[in-house]
Design a protein around this ligand. Structure first.
Ligand code: SF4
Length: 446
């Protein structure tokens, strides 16, 4: 069935969403899949004993480690936020958290063989650079003492940066501490959008940090943008993209704003009148994808793109055991997926009682692994070879994923996916609904 042309307001410049099917069925942003199974599938029956077992079991394969450290503090709350930040203006509020992080490191590291390489370190938040320079140094020292950090040139040590909470001194300090990749939260440079989400950050802040990062020789500089924010327009976002592309980020993440005030209290402060029509969000996404393609950026995953020439170095990701530290942090190793409490008081209480704070999780089944590989392959390559996938898991993937292929029938009719023999491919319009196409493989979605 051919897709019908869709009427789009004439006063908004830029390409249009040409497929009525997209507007009708795929207007909502869809799930982000930071991982599969999704966090919503984790069950409370999994606790510290499972996590200890997985930590010890992981020593047999002795894969390199990836450490994620969550720093939940922010000076000021952005209205679009889904991360449940702890807002404070006092650095002294951080100290008790750092002590508990250290306790968690001790409880975790005692189950790991010494000498396992920490190839990857990621500080996320919240705002990791809300920490004072001394607190950052202290945290790095503790991580090094507990796990042994790497000084190898090919280590990947990344920190998320809110440009309002960092300056040239911060970057020099981070470089001295061993970070070699920065991830800047740019979101949208349109002042109207910034006011609507209570996050005013002039473009000059970002440019200054990029200049300094270049001078200091950081290996990579990534930027995060968000599509669908309140007050966003095609013209405004195209302008943001031009300014961002001029800074030549190594990687770009194009996240999607999902308005869910019933789940995220901060979003209740977003003015209803500032919200976008669902179709407009798709139109902005279409503008963005076209511009990234024209600039030569290559997709390396759901919402993630890499600068021309860097794609080969970015994918696939090396196999590492991931250890999450801090409130709401997630871990994945030895076939187990776990999460720490989302509420700070629960996280603190567990550590004050001397136990690991694992609060939920899931042991991965062969089916989980197959579906995770399908989602990762489809969102990275925009195609999925069912023969190859099945062979690598020793199953008939077409039969095993029959439910997903049935769910994709409508998308096939709408021209969003197409088959060539055993290979499933995402079409150009299908890229606008990629999250929904990935969701077809999710066995936990109702
Ligand atoms: S979007 Fe980032 S900086 Fe803003 S409140 Fe959320 S975590 Fe903090």
């Amino acid at each position: 069935m051919p897709a019908r042309a869709l009427a789009v307001p004439r006063d908004i410049p830029g390409p249009v969403v040409r497929h009525a099917a997209l507007g009708r069925r795929y207007a909502a942003p869809g799930p982000a899949y930071p991982c599969y199974p999704p966090p919503t599938s984790l069950v409370p029956q999994i606790g510290p004993a499972d996590y200890r077992e997985a930590l010890e079991r992981s020593n047999q394969a002795a894969r390199p480690l990836s450490l994620y450290v969550h720093v939940p503090f922010c000076r000021q709350a952005c209205f679009h936020c889904t991360r449940r930040p702890v807002t404070t203006t006092h650095h002294r509020h951080v100290e008790p958290y750092l002590s508990r992080l250290d306790r968690e490191m001790v409880l975790t590291a005692r189950h790991l063989d010494k000498g396992r390489q920490v190839e990857h370190l990621h500080w996320g938040g919240g705002t990791p650079t809300f920490l004072s320079l001394d607190q950052m140094g202290d945290l790095i020292d503790r991580l090094d003492a507990r796990f042994g950090l790497s000084s190898a040139r090919d280590r990947d040590y990344v920190i998320e940066i809110d440009p309002r909470e960092a300056d040239v001194f911060t970057l020099r300090h981070l470089e001295a501490l061993g970070f070699n990749r920065l991830r800047l939260g740019v979101l949208d440079l349109d002042p109207r959008v910034q006011r609507a989400i209570n996050r005013v950050q002039p473009a000059g802040l970002t440019e200054q940090l990029v200049d300094e990062a270049d001078r200091l020789g950081f290996r990579a500089l990534d930027m995060d943008l968000v599509v669908g924010l309140p007050c966003q327009t095609r013209a405004g976002f195209a302008d943001t993209l031009e300014q961002v592309l001029a800074l030549a980020p190594s990687r770009l993440t194009l996240a999607h704003y999902a308005h869910a005030p019933e789940r995220f209290a901060l979003q209740r402060q977003v003015r209803k009148a500032d919200l976008l029509e669902p179709l407009e969000r798709l139109a902005i996404l279409e503008v963005a994808l076209a511009r990234l393609e024209a600039a030569g950026y290559v997709r390396i995953g759901l919402d993630r793109f890499v600068r021309p020439g860097l794609a080969a170095a970015s994918s696939p990701l090396p196999a590492r055991d991931r250890i999450g530290l801090g409130v709401s942090a997630m871990s994945r190793l030895a076939g187990l997926y776990t999460r720490n409490p989302v509420r700070l008081t629960d996280y603190e209480a567990a550590l004050d009682q001397g136990r690991l704070p694992t609060t939920s999780g899931r042991w991965l089944s062969p089916d989980d692994r197959l579906r995770a590989a399908a989602i990762e392959g489809l969102t990275r390559d925009l195609r999925l070879d069912l023969d190859t996938l099945g062979a690598s898991f020793g199953v008939d993937a077409r039969a095993h994923l029959a439910d997903a292929l049935v769910r994709l029938r409508d998308a096939e009719q709408e021209g969003l996916v197409a088959y060539r023999e055993q290979r499933l491919g995402v079409t150009r319009p299908g890229q606008l609904a990629l999250r929904h196409l990935a969701a077809a493989f999710d066995a936990y979605r109702s």
